[in-house]
Design a protein around this ligand. Sequence first.
Ligand SMILES: [Zn+2]
Length: 319
Amino acid sequence: MEGLYLLARKVVEKRFPYDKDIQPLFIAELYGLLRKYKNYSNIVCDIFLQTDIFLEKKTIDEILEEHNIEAEYDSDGNNRTYAISSLGYEFIYDTDKGVTCEKGPSFIACSLLDVDLAHVLNSFVHEMSHLIKSVIRSHAIIQDKNKPEYYLRSGVSLFLYQYNIKKDIMKSCCQFSGLDEAINTVQTTEILNDILSLREFVDDRDMVKFFNDINISNMKKDCGYEDITILFRKIWCIPSFRDLIEENIVEGDIDTIIYKFNELFSDKYAFFRFASIFDEYDTLDNSMENQKIKNQMLKEFKRCLNKFKSLEKKHIKRL
Ligand SMILES: [Zn+2]
């Protein structure tokens, strides 16, 4: 693992040669990401080197305004309005050319208001992780004469934009984003735990100081999306489920994930129903009516969980 640390160090020193104070934070971050996405070290390093990074003691809106970024965004989870990111794709509609795509600079904006160092590290890893999982199969354009469409992918989530020429309106919708946030949140915590292993072999003075200053127990906690993450962890710890996601998510092979999931249940809507739980669960309050819907979702979740558990048992028996 020392090789990954040295690589992280080299890349950070290249990007921030004069910012000695900030280097340990980024070295820690990059080391964790390189461990998690070990088959994609080029993507990890390229994103880090090419992404505009805004870390400021301002709100996200103020940071975006200051840098003239027009970003459409939903606050990224209840507790996560302090960090957003984008790969910078811009789509333009023209009557002659249809939809065309331009790639602007990618960015991560992170507010330093009222957060400790562990939170900053968590936010940064979380947003970088979103970007890494958006590079391959990042977007698609479907040129339809009447309703041209384009998709943007991030992890397992798909954002669809459809342009209605007759009505001159743009419609957008998003699929599987709740599930994607659950995945990204637990992966972020795993990456932060990996970062802690640096303490075993790194004796660089600035790195040692970094680990002395950071709140270690805050590094071990999931940050944001608590309602769905508690639920999600129960299935994430089952290797066959986790492998299905992790083997395909960076490649953007969502079709394989959906196909294999559905095949397991012999039901072509199984994945859709499963993912919908995470899209909707934390949007429902605790009113009687919504509680009923939530219970239904929990039942569906349990059904999926048991299926994957039974798969593990069969697998162990075979071994
Ligand atoms: Zn997120």
